[in-house]
Design a protein around this ligand. Structure first.
Ligand SMILES: [Zn+2]
Length: 532
């Protein structure tokens, strides 16, 4: 995020802008894309453009006042520039600002001194044994560091010891052979091949869920039976992994369109929870932001339940565009299919199709925080008396949780988990992304609810501030709009905490004005978590 964004915020303080047109996909020959490319050509310095840079459009958002926000990935001499992505903000054909983290137009020479095979070997010493398939590599310009470097991006896939799948990306310097960075594109809820044809005629069944009571499920009728395909939400469907770890699982089918028995004794119960959670998350994004599915293209995704054995996690995977839910260990944890967990995982998909926050360092913490924030907003949106809204993550999955005292994470006071910091400090990027998320979770709670004590399902409490300030919240309705606009319009893949502050301020200025209470509260809430 560059200084220009702050100037922009001031410049358009009077114009309160609501995003209305978020194009489903970037159409070939989109006039907004053509205009943005023209602005890059005419203002190369503003984009740290090198002569051999090229730009590939990934998303277009047009506001009700005609402002255009076009997101691009960048290549240099045909090589992907990791960290070179940019959002071009314009109005009436005039450049307003650019959102990006790249700070130089300098580029490395593109002749590797280290071969791809050597890079795969080097990355392999980190990954260890047990990978599946053949590791891949591609030459890239790695531009998340101080100076862009030529590198091999090596990907190893496999299963971790706890059976979480992994698609590990290693950035191996193509000159020195050093591993510069690594991250996973399987994104979990916490640290740590079947058959059946989806689809048919729209039908409405009943889910007897574990966590959310008896709910309406949108299903499909086909060949005299029902299946868990949601024809009303892009054909998203739910399958049974039957304790396996490979493939897509077996589509759930049923004779009477009543799914589960409110207990884990019926395999379809967890499926009902997942199907309901994903449908609710879909509706949350549609109703709240006008977003049409994870990729905003109207297409539903696959949800897999009963993954592996005693698996205490859930995850999103970019490579399968799917969500996966474990059964828990049956001793401490129920299946991980609660509403906030489903909202969390599906929101990883939304991130991957928007800001694409890299899953390491501070950007990884912001990626995790986005999933906790949106998962929590889904829980409030559902307004389900069996799982009322709160700012805890995963409180329902504990088999014994008197007074709901336990949760995976606590947004109002992240340090209650023993690992997540409440306040920003410069070393935070070295923490696990599920802990470095704490600062942004804490910010969001203060922004929405304020610091004073409130009544929640598990008691009356407030939220401590790092600077001793008192914050009056702006409410969930405004806070979620600010956060979503920051994510989709202003954040890019390498946005850090300082960039998140700037992005949310830009979003608040667009939505409510730079002189608004909402804008001032965004600033105050970041300062209250030591992001200044
Ligand atoms: Zn996550």
């Amino acid at each position: 995020m560059q200084l220009q964004s702050r100037l922009l915020s001031v410049a358009i303080a009077a114009a309160l802008v609501l995003p209305v047109t978020a194009l489903a996909a970037v159409p070939a020959g989109s006039p907004a894309v053509t205009r943005a490319l023209g602005l890059i050509d005419g203002h190369g310095k503003s984009f740290q453009r090198a002569d051999a840079d090229r730009f590939v459009a990934r998303d277009v958002i047009v506001d009700s006042d005609g402002s255009e926000h076009v997101r691009f990935d960048r290549t240099y001499r045909g090589l992907p520039v990791i960290g070179g992505d940019v959002v071009v903000h314009s109005k009436n054909g005039q450049l307003r600002s650019a959102s990006m983290t790249l700070k130089t137009a300098g580029r490395p020479d593109v002749v590797p001194a280290v071969s791809a095979d050597q890079a795969i070997v080097e990355a392999g010493t980190r990954f260890g044994t047990g990978f599946q398939g053949v590791p891949t590599s591609r030459l890239v310009v790695y531009a998340r560091g101080a100076a862009p470097a030529l590198a091999h991006e090596v990907v190893y896939s496999g299963l971790k010891a706890d059976s979480t799948p992994t698609d590990m990306h290693y950035i191996v310097d193509a000159k020195s052979g050093q591993v510069l960075a690594q991250w996973d594109t399987v994104e979990t809820g916490k640290p740590g091949s079947g058959g059946g044809t989806a689809g048919g005629t729209a039908a409405v069944g009943t889910g007897k869920t574990l966590f959310s009571g008896n709910v309406t499920l949108n299903t499909a009728s086909s060949s005299g039976s029902y299946n868990l395909t949601d024809t009303t939400r892009g054909g998203g469907y739910t399958t049974n992994m039957a304790n396996g770890t490979r493939g897509s699982g077996t589509l759930y089918t049923d004779a009477d369109n009543i799914w589960g028995n409110n207990a884990t004794s019926d395999s379809a119960t967890a499926a009902a929870d997942a199907h309901y959670g994903v449908a609710t998350t879909w509706d949350f994004y549609k109703t709240t932001f006008g977003r049409n599915g994870i990729a905003n293209d109207g297409k539903g995704a696959l949800s897999r339940v009963h993954y592996s054995r005693n698996y205490v996690n859930a995850f999103w995977s970019d490579s399968c565009f799917c969500m996966t839910f474990g059964d828990g260990d049956g001793v401490t944890y129920y299946p991980l299919v609660a509403l906030d967990v489903a909202g969390h995982e599906m929101s990883h998909g939304v991130t991957s199709r928007t800001a694409n926050l890299t899953y390491s360092g501070e950007s990884g913490g912001l990626n995790e925080a986005n999933s906790d924030i949106m998962g929590t907003m889904v829980e409030f949106f559902a307004n389900n008396a069996n799982d009322p809204g709160d700012y805890e993550i995963g409180e329902m999955i504990y088999m014994s949780n008197p007074g709901q005292a336990k949760a995976l994470r606590y947004m109002y006071n992240p340090n209650l988990d023993g690992s997540s910091p409440n306040c920003y400090s410069s070393g935070i990027g070295s923490l696990d992304v599920h802990y470095s998320s704490g600062v942004a979770n804490h910010f969001y709670y203060l922004l929405a609810e304020g610091s004073g004590a409130k009544t929640w399902p598990n008691g009356n409490y407030g939220s401590p501030t790092c600077n001793g300030s008192s914050i009056a919240g702006i409410g969930r309705a405004a806070a979620q709009q600010v956060w979503y606009r920051a994510l989709t319009v202003y954040m890019t893949s390498s946005t850090n905490y300082a960039g998140a502050r700037a992005a949310t301020l830009s979003a608040a200025a667009d939505l409510y004005g730079a002189g608004s209470t909402q804008y001032a509260t965004v600033a105050a809430a970041w300062s209250a978590v030591s992001v200044n």
